[in-house]
Design a protein around this ligand. Structure first.
Ligand code: MLT
Length: 271
């Protein structure tokens, strides 16, 4: 699937689109994890459910999207503004907004900034809370790592935890795909994402008042955002559905793509 580009507000937003230009379909926008790009959603875009158009946006700096200038402090709202602007440019007034891990953090920010846009949410392998002081210290170490050794070193550091033990033991292609997606990114994108994640707000207060359908989905072997995080999110969201995917870790949509895509399709069809 080819990347498409939207030039707006002096920047370029890159995205993948399962049905470019089709305004008859309902839209589900999918936001990617750290430090990958929109390409991680390829398995889902290939199997878009009938009547639905799936759009996966490269968050600022990733893939083909422009990063903020070095004199501007990167904030999670940058990602949300880009997603909101992209949907507006594409003529989409309402959409299901979903994200996996960091993509979930960005989705929370879209909820905060454009609640009227949200038809439903998909929160995959993510957490609602902000970083702890200890978490921020690890982020600082990762900034030093990427500044010194680039995205390949971040891939080496994170890969053991990005996918679950089952994928490590029996799905070598998944690890190779994840590494390839990380190596496509620049140090600037990775650095910008770390700064945005470590300064993001606590989104827990957004959950209870959120009166739209929600799918919460998590790999049972997720070490980075364990199942309890998703249970907590689902417990706060009235009318949410929690799906725990067996034999999948943090990047559940890549590790068990058929199960993830089926859960997503069932949710979308029910809206
Ligand atoms: C991700 O997968 O997006 C990251 O693990 C999120 C994080 O580091 O908080």
């Amino acid at each position: 699937m080819n990347r498409l580009y939207c030039h707006t507000g002096g920047r370029t937003l890159a995205y993948l689109d399962s049905a470019p230009g089709d305004l008859t379909k309902r839209v589900c926008m999918l936001l990617h994890a750290f430090p990958l790009g929109a390409g991680m959603w390829a398995p889902q875009l290939r199997e878009a459910p009938s009547g639905w158009r799936l759009i996966a946006c490269d968050l600022r700096g990733f893939g083909g999207s422009t990063e903020t200038g070095r004199d501007e402090a990167p904030v999670m709202a940058d990602y949300a503004d880009d997603c909101i602007d992209l949907l507006r440019e594409l003529g989409v007034a309402r959409a299901v907004v979903g994200g996996l891990s960091m993509g979930g953090y960005a989705a929370f920010e879209v909820i905060r900034r454009a609640p009227g846009l949200i038809e439903a949410v998909v929160l995959a392998d993510t957490r609602a809370g902000a970083d702890t002081p200890q978490g921020r210290e690890s982020r600082r170490q990762m900034i030093a790592l990427v500044d010194r050794d680039g995205p390949a070193a971040v891939a080496d550091d994170m890969l053991p935890r990005l996918i679950g033990p089952t994928s490590h033991a029996s799905r070598p292609d998944v690890g190779a795909t994840v590494r390839r997606l990380i190596l496509q990114q620049t140090s600037a994108a990775v650095r910008g994402a770390i700064l945005r994640m470590m300064t993001r707000a606590d989104s827990t207060p957004l959950l209870r008042p959120l009166a739209v359908p929600a799918l919460v989905i998590v790999g049972e072997e997720d070490e980075l955002t364990p199942v309890e995080e998703s249970r907590r999110i689902a417990g706060e969201l009235a009318g949410s559905r929690l799906v725990v995917l067996p034999r999948a870790g943090h990047l559940s949509n890549l590790e068990v793509p058929e199960l993830f895509t089926r859960a997503l399709a069932e949710f979308l069809k029910g809206l």
